[in-house]
Design a protein around this ligand. Structure first.
Ligand SMILES: Nc1ncnc2c1ncn2[C@@H]1O[C@H](COP(=O)(O)OP(=O)(O)OP(=O)(O)O)[C@@H](O)[C@H]1O
Ligand SMILES: [Mg+2]
Length: 288
Protein backbone atom coordinates (compact mmCIF):
# COMPACT_ATOMS: atom_id res chain seq x y z
CA UNK A 1 0.00 0.00 0.00
CA UNK A 2 1.08 3.52 -0.66
CA UNK A 3 0.95 6.23 1.98
CA UNK A 4 -1.59 9.01 1.97
CA UNK A 5 0.21 12.18 1.02
CA UNK A 6 -0.97 15.73 1.40
CA UNK A 7 -0.45 17.59 -1.84
CA UNK A 8 -1.45 21.20 -1.87
CA UNK A 9 -1.08 24.10 -4.29
CA UNK A 10 -0.97 27.40 -2.44
CA UNK A 11 -1.40 30.78 -4.12
CA UNK A 12 0.69 29.48 -7.01
CA UNK A 13 1.76 31.80 -9.82
CA UNK A 14 3.63 30.37 -12.81
CA UNK A 15 4.82 31.80 -16.07
CA UNK A 16 7.39 31.81 -18.83
CA UNK A 17 9.33 34.94 -19.81
CA UNK A 18 7.04 37.91 -19.09
CA UNK A 19 3.68 36.13 -19.30
CA UNK A 20 1.73 34.71 -16.38
CA UNK A 21 0.18 31.29 -17.15
CA UNK A 22 -1.14 30.23 -13.73
CA UNK A 23 -2.37 33.05 -11.55
CA UNK A 24 -2.62 32.75 -7.75
CA UNK A 25 -4.00 29.20 -7.84
CA UNK A 26 -5.10 27.32 -4.74
CA UNK A 27 -5.85 23.62 -5.06
CA UNK A 28 -6.13 20.72 -2.65
CA UNK A 29 -5.41 17.26 -4.08
CA UNK A 30 -7.39 14.79 -1.96
CA UNK A 31 -5.06 12.00 -0.84
CA UNK A 32 -5.86 8.52 -2.13
CA UNK A 33 -8.34 9.90 -4.65
CA UNK A 34 -8.50 10.50 -8.39
CA UNK A 35 -8.46 14.10 -9.56
CA UNK A 36 -8.95 15.07 -13.20
CA UNK A 37 -7.98 18.48 -14.58
CA UNK A 38 -9.77 19.83 -17.63
CA UNK A 39 -9.49 23.10 -19.50
CA UNK A 40 -9.03 24.58 -22.93
CA UNK A 41 -5.77 24.33 -24.86
CA UNK A 42 -3.14 26.69 -23.43
CA UNK A 43 -5.06 27.18 -20.16
CA UNK A 44 -2.02 26.10 -18.13
CA UNK A 45 -2.74 22.44 -17.30
CA UNK A 46 0.67 21.09 -18.30
CA UNK A 47 2.39 24.08 -16.73
CA UNK A 48 0.63 23.31 -13.45
CA UNK A 49 1.55 19.62 -13.53
CA UNK A 50 5.18 20.43 -14.33
CA UNK A 51 5.39 22.77 -11.38
CA UNK A 52 3.75 20.22 -9.06
CA UNK A 53 6.61 17.88 -9.90
CA UNK A 54 9.22 20.68 -9.36
CA UNK A 55 10.17 21.02 -13.04
CA UNK A 56 9.06 24.64 -13.09
CA UNK A 57 9.89 27.07 -10.30
CA UNK A 58 6.99 29.19 -9.05
CA UNK A 59 6.96 32.96 -9.50
CA UNK A 60 4.89 33.07 -6.35
CA UNK A 61 3.27 30.70 -3.87
CA UNK A 62 4.25 27.08 -3.49
CA UNK A 63 3.43 23.41 -3.94
CA UNK A 64 3.46 21.58 -0.62
CA UNK A 65 3.91 17.84 -0.21
CA UNK A 66 3.30 16.71 3.35
CA UNK A 67 3.92 20.29 4.40
CA UNK A 68 7.26 20.65 2.58
CA UNK A 69 7.80 22.81 -0.50
CA UNK A 70 8.50 20.42 -3.41
CA UNK A 71 10.87 22.95 -4.93
CA UNK A 72 13.15 22.58 -1.93
CA UNK A 73 13.16 18.77 -2.04
CA UNK A 74 16.00 16.75 -3.59
CA UNK A 75 14.75 15.49 -7.00
CA UNK A 76 15.39 11.84 -6.22
CA UNK A 77 13.57 12.01 -2.90
CA UNK A 78 10.57 13.62 -4.61
CA UNK A 79 10.68 11.05 -7.44
CA UNK A 80 10.27 8.22 -4.94
CA UNK A 81 6.98 9.76 -3.82
CA UNK A 82 5.62 11.57 -6.87
CA UNK A 83 5.87 10.54 -10.53
CA UNK A 84 5.02 12.59 -13.61
CA UNK A 85 4.09 11.36 -17.05
CA UNK A 86 4.56 14.50 -19.17
CA UNK A 87 2.40 15.38 -22.16
CA UNK A 88 5.09 14.80 -24.79
CA UNK A 89 7.90 12.80 -23.22
CA UNK A 90 11.07 12.35 -25.27
CA UNK A 91 12.89 9.03 -25.15
CA UNK A 92 16.68 8.85 -25.51
CA UNK A 93 17.49 7.87 -29.09
CA UNK A 94 17.62 4.13 -29.74
CA UNK A 95 16.53 3.14 -26.21
CA UNK A 96 14.59 -0.13 -25.94
CA UNK A 97 11.28 -0.51 -24.15
CA UNK A 98 12.89 -2.65 -21.42
CA UNK A 99 15.52 0.03 -20.71
CA UNK A 100 13.02 2.88 -20.73
CA UNK A 101 10.61 1.17 -18.35
CA UNK A 102 13.60 0.19 -16.19
CA UNK A 103 14.44 3.88 -15.83
CA UNK A 104 11.30 4.21 -13.76
CA UNK A 105 13.28 2.39 -11.06
CA UNK A 106 16.15 4.93 -10.92
CA UNK A 107 14.77 6.94 -8.00
CA UNK A 108 14.80 3.73 -5.93
CA UNK A 109 18.35 2.70 -6.81
CA UNK A 110 21.51 3.71 -5.05
CA UNK A 111 24.56 4.62 -7.12
CA UNK A 112 26.17 1.45 -8.56
CA UNK A 113 23.62 -0.71 -6.75
CA UNK A 114 22.57 -3.98 -8.36
CA UNK A 115 19.23 -4.41 -10.03
CA UNK A 116 17.06 -5.84 -7.27
CA UNK A 117 14.21 -8.31 -7.22
CA UNK A 118 11.87 -5.43 -6.32
CA UNK A 119 13.03 -3.58 -9.46
CA UNK A 120 12.44 -6.70 -11.54
CA UNK A 121 8.97 -7.21 -10.14
CA UNK A 122 7.93 -3.60 -10.56
CA UNK A 123 9.01 -3.54 -14.22
CA UNK A 124 7.41 -6.91 -15.02
CA UNK A 125 4.15 -5.86 -13.41
CA UNK A 126 4.10 -2.54 -15.25
CA UNK A 127 4.69 -4.27 -18.60
CA UNK A 128 1.86 -6.75 -18.02
CA UNK A 129 -0.52 -4.03 -16.79
CA UNK A 130 0.05 -1.88 -19.88
CA UNK A 131 -0.03 -4.75 -22.35
CA UNK A 132 3.52 -4.04 -23.51
CA UNK A 133 5.30 -7.32 -22.66
CA UNK A 134 5.74 -8.27 -26.29
CA UNK A 135 7.38 -4.91 -27.04
CA UNK A 136 10.27 -5.16 -24.55
CA UNK A 137 13.05 -5.61 -27.07
CA UNK A 138 11.80 -3.02 -29.54
CA UNK A 139 13.37 0.45 -29.82
CA UNK A 140 10.90 3.00 -28.47
CA UNK A 141 11.28 5.25 -31.53
CA UNK A 142 9.98 2.49 -33.80
CA UNK A 143 6.66 2.07 -31.95
CA UNK A 144 3.26 3.41 -32.95
CA UNK A 145 1.98 6.44 -31.03
CA UNK A 146 -0.34 4.32 -28.89
CA UNK A 147 2.27 1.65 -28.17
CA UNK A 148 4.73 4.35 -27.15
CA UNK A 149 2.18 5.98 -24.86
CA UNK A 150 1.57 2.67 -23.10
CA UNK A 151 5.31 2.18 -22.66
CA UNK A 152 5.59 5.61 -21.00
CA UNK A 153 2.71 4.71 -18.71
CA UNK A 154 4.57 1.48 -17.87
CA UNK A 155 7.61 3.53 -16.91
CA UNK A 156 5.50 5.75 -14.66
CA UNK A 157 3.91 2.66 -13.04
CA UNK A 158 7.31 1.02 -12.49
CA UNK A 159 8.30 4.03 -10.40
CA UNK A 160 5.68 2.91 -7.83
CA UNK A 161 5.06 6.30 -6.32
CA UNK A 162 2.37 7.28 -3.84
CA UNK A 163 1.26 10.07 -6.18
CA UNK A 164 1.04 9.84 -9.94
CA UNK A 165 0.57 12.91 -12.15
CA UNK A 166 -0.35 12.11 -15.74
CA UNK A 167 -0.64 14.68 -18.50
CA UNK A 168 -3.15 13.36 -21.04
CA UNK A 169 -2.38 9.66 -20.47
CA UNK A 170 -4.93 8.58 -23.07
CA UNK A 171 -3.54 10.54 -26.06
CA UNK A 172 -2.87 8.35 -29.07
CA UNK A 173 -4.76 5.42 -27.54
CA UNK A 174 -7.59 3.66 -29.33
CA UNK A 175 -10.90 3.61 -27.46
CA UNK A 176 -10.34 0.23 -25.85
CA UNK A 177 -6.85 1.14 -24.62
CA UNK A 178 -8.18 4.46 -23.29
CA UNK A 179 -10.67 2.63 -21.11
CA UNK A 180 -8.05 0.02 -20.23
CA UNK A 181 -5.55 2.65 -19.06
CA UNK A 182 -8.15 4.51 -16.99
CA UNK A 183 -9.35 1.22 -15.47
CA UNK A 184 -5.74 0.42 -14.66
CA UNK A 185 -5.22 3.77 -12.91
CA UNK A 186 -8.43 3.10 -10.97
CA UNK A 187 -7.09 -0.34 -9.96
CA UNK A 188 -3.92 1.34 -8.74
CA UNK A 189 -5.95 3.86 -6.80
CA UNK A 190 -8.28 1.29 -5.22
CA UNK A 191 -5.77 -1.46 -4.55
CA UNK A 192 -2.75 0.58 -3.50
CA UNK A 193 -4.32 3.89 -2.55
CA UNK A 194 -2.25 5.77 -5.12
CA UNK A 195 -3.28 9.41 -5.47
CA UNK A 196 -3.90 10.11 -9.15
CA UNK A 197 -3.96 13.53 -10.81
CA UNK A 198 -4.55 13.47 -14.53
CA UNK A 199 -5.15 15.99 -17.26
CA UNK A 200 -7.80 14.73 -19.66
CA UNK A 201 -9.42 16.32 -22.68
CA UNK A 202 -12.28 13.85 -22.80
CA UNK A 203 -14.77 15.40 -20.36
CA UNK A 204 -16.90 12.26 -20.26
CA UNK A 205 -14.05 9.95 -19.37
CA UNK A 206 -12.84 12.52 -16.83
CA UNK A 207 -16.29 12.57 -15.21
CA UNK A 208 -16.48 8.79 -15.16
CA UNK A 209 -13.16 8.15 -13.56
CA UNK A 210 -12.45 11.03 -11.19
CA UNK A 211 -13.75 11.89 -7.76
CA UNK A 212 -12.62 15.51 -7.99
CA UNK A 213 -12.97 17.39 -11.28
CA UNK A 214 -10.95 20.58 -11.62
CA UNK A 215 -11.72 23.07 -14.41
CA UNK A 216 -9.05 25.63 -15.26
CA UNK A 217 -9.77 28.71 -17.32
CA UNK A 218 -7.22 31.33 -18.26
CA UNK A 219 -4.77 30.19 -15.62
CA UNK A 220 -7.28 30.38 -12.82
CA UNK A 221 -9.42 27.84 -11.04
CA UNK A 222 -12.88 28.03 -12.57
CA UNK A 223 -14.35 25.41 -10.28
CA UNK A 224 -13.51 22.12 -8.55
CA UNK A 225 -15.61 19.42 -6.96
CA UNK A 226 -17.49 16.17 -7.69
CA UNK A 227 -18.08 15.71 -11.45
CA UNK A 228 -21.87 15.99 -11.05
CA UNK A 229 -21.44 19.51 -9.65
CA UNK A 230 -18.69 20.65 -12.00
CA UNK A 231 -19.70 19.23 -15.38
CA UNK A 232 -22.58 21.50 -16.32
CA UNK A 233 -23.53 23.23 -19.60
CA UNK A 234 -22.57 26.54 -17.95
CA UNK A 235 -19.07 25.27 -17.17
CA UNK A 236 -18.63 23.87 -20.68
CA UNK A 237 -19.73 27.19 -22.17
CA UNK A 238 -17.57 29.34 -19.90
CA UNK A 239 -14.45 27.18 -20.00
CA UNK A 240 -14.56 25.89 -23.59
CA UNK A 241 -16.87 28.38 -25.32
CA UNK A 242 -19.07 25.47 -26.38
CA UNK A 243 -22.80 24.98 -26.10
CA UNK A 244 -23.77 21.51 -24.91
CA UNK A 245 -26.31 19.33 -23.20
CA UNK A 246 -25.38 17.35 -20.13
CA UNK A 247 -27.29 14.12 -19.54
CA UNK A 248 -26.80 11.19 -17.19
CA UNK A 249 -24.45 8.55 -18.56
CA UNK A 250 -26.61 5.37 -18.54
CA UNK A 251 -23.55 3.24 -17.84
CA UNK A 252 -21.78 5.12 -15.06
CA UNK A 253 -24.57 7.44 -13.83
CA UNK A 254 -22.04 10.27 -14.11
CA UNK A 255 -22.65 13.40 -16.22
CA UNK A 256 -22.25 12.95 -19.96
CA UNK A 257 -21.66 15.97 -22.19
CA UNK A 258 -23.20 16.12 -25.64
CA UNK A 259 -21.53 18.97 -27.48
CA UNK A 260 -23.66 21.06 -29.79
CA UNK A 261 -22.15 22.38 -32.96
CA UNK A 262 -23.34 24.30 -35.97
CA UNK A 263 -24.38 21.08 -37.74
CA UNK A 264 -25.78 19.20 -34.74
CA UNK A 265 -27.91 21.56 -32.79
CA UNK A 266 -31.31 20.07 -32.06
CA UNK A 267 -33.24 22.69 -30.02
CA UNK A 268 -34.38 20.33 -27.29
CA UNK A 269 -33.10 16.77 -27.24
CA UNK A 270 -36.02 15.50 -25.17
CA UNK A 271 -38.77 16.67 -27.50
CA UNK A 272 -37.14 16.11 -30.89
CA UNK A 273 -39.05 14.81 -33.89
CA UNK A 274 -37.95 11.19 -34.43
CA UNK A 275 -38.51 11.52 -38.20
CA UNK A 276 -35.96 14.31 -38.35
CA UNK A 277 -33.42 11.90 -36.90
CA UNK A 278 -33.69 9.36 -39.68
CA UNK A 279 -30.47 8.72 -41.58
CA UNK A 280 -30.04 11.10 -44.47
CA UNK A 281 -32.13 13.86 -42.88
CA UNK A 282 -29.97 16.89 -42.17
CA UNK A 283 -30.39 18.92 -39.03
CA UNK A 284 -30.59 22.58 -39.82
CA UNK A 285 -28.62 24.60 -37.28
CA UNK A 286 -30.86 26.82 -35.21
CA UNK A 287 -30.23 30.52 -35.54
CA UNK A 288 -29.66 30.87 -31.78
N1 LIG B 1 8.37 26.36 -22.39
C1 LIG B 1 7.53 27.36 -22.63
N2 LIG B 1 7.98 28.60 -22.92
C2 LIG B 1 7.13 29.63 -23.14
N3 LIG B 1 5.79 29.51 -23.07
C3 LIG B 1 5.27 28.30 -22.80
C4 LIG B 1 6.11 27.16 -22.54
N4 LIG B 1 5.32 26.09 -22.30
C5 LIG B 1 4.06 26.55 -22.38
N5 LIG B 1 4.02 27.85 -22.68
C6 LIG B 1 2.80 28.68 -22.85
O1 LIG B 1 2.06 28.62 -21.64
C7 LIG B 1 0.67 28.56 -21.91
C8 LIG B 1 0.08 27.34 -21.21
O2 LIG B 1 0.64 26.17 -21.80
P1 LIG B 1 0.32 24.70 -21.25
O3 LIG B 1 1.19 23.79 -22.00
O4 LIG B 1 0.44 24.72 -19.78
O5 LIG B 1 -1.21 24.57 -21.67
P2 LIG B 1 -2.18 23.31 -21.58
O6 LIG B 1 -3.37 23.73 -20.80
O7 LIG B 1 -1.44 22.12 -21.12
O8 LIG B 1 -2.61 23.15 -23.12
P3 LIG B 1 -2.90 21.83 -24.02
O9 LIG B 1 -4.33 21.43 -23.74
O10 LIG B 1 -2.76 22.36 -25.41
O11 LIG B 1 -1.90 20.79 -23.67
C9 LIG B 1 0.52 28.54 -23.42
O12 LIG B 1 0.21 29.85 -23.86
C10 LIG B 1 1.89 28.14 -23.92
O13 LIG B 1 2.16 28.70 -25.18
MG1 LIG C 1 -0.92 20.38 -21.99
Amino acid sequence: MTRDRDLLVENLTLGYHEGVVIDSLDLVVPPGRITAIVGANASGKSTLLRSMSRLLTPRGGQVLLDGKAVHGMPPKELARILGLLPQSPVAPEGITVADLVGRGRHPHQRLMARWSRADEEAVAEALVATDTVELVERPVDELSGGQRQRVWIAMALAQRTDILLLDEPTTFLDVSHQVEVLDLLTDLNRERGTTIVMVLHDLNLAARYCEQLVALAGGRLYTAGPPADVLTPEMVRSVFGLRSEVIVDPISAKPLVLPRGRYHDVPDIDSRDPVADLPGRRHVPSSA
